[in-house]
Design a protein around this ligand. Sequence first.
Ligand SMILES: [Zn+2]
Length: 146
Amino acid sequence: MEMCKSVYEKIIEHARRETPLEACGYLGGKGKTVIEAYCLTNIDQSREHFSFDPKEQFNAVLTMRSKKQLAVAVYHSHPVTPARPSQEDIRLAFDPEIINVIVSLAAQEPEVNAFRIVKGDVTEEPLVVIEGLCEEPENRERRNGT
Ligand SMILES: [Zn+2]
């Protein structure tokens, strides 16, 4: 998957802001390109797991729909553990179509990894951070004349 640099920075910033609790949210975009982060409240207020605030989740879905974006991924933070899905993340992964992005603040430098979780099987999804302007893939292609 691809992620705009501004989104990458926004989710790390969100993770830092919520520490020591887990931060969470949606990543909206087109295809496999994430162009916008939707920071949501973790109503569990927990250091080890998260649940979206249902009202905020609903609003984020409506906003994505109005912008013709898809929920490409969900993200959450691991304040003190590595950027790999926990047993609970694997157990609770509800949608095999949606990519799970984990922001870890365990090391000195933040680490962001993406995974697909299908029926308990975890596969790492290569994550490419796009420098420069955050825009939709079709605009980029149009400008490049393809
Ligand atoms: Zn987790």
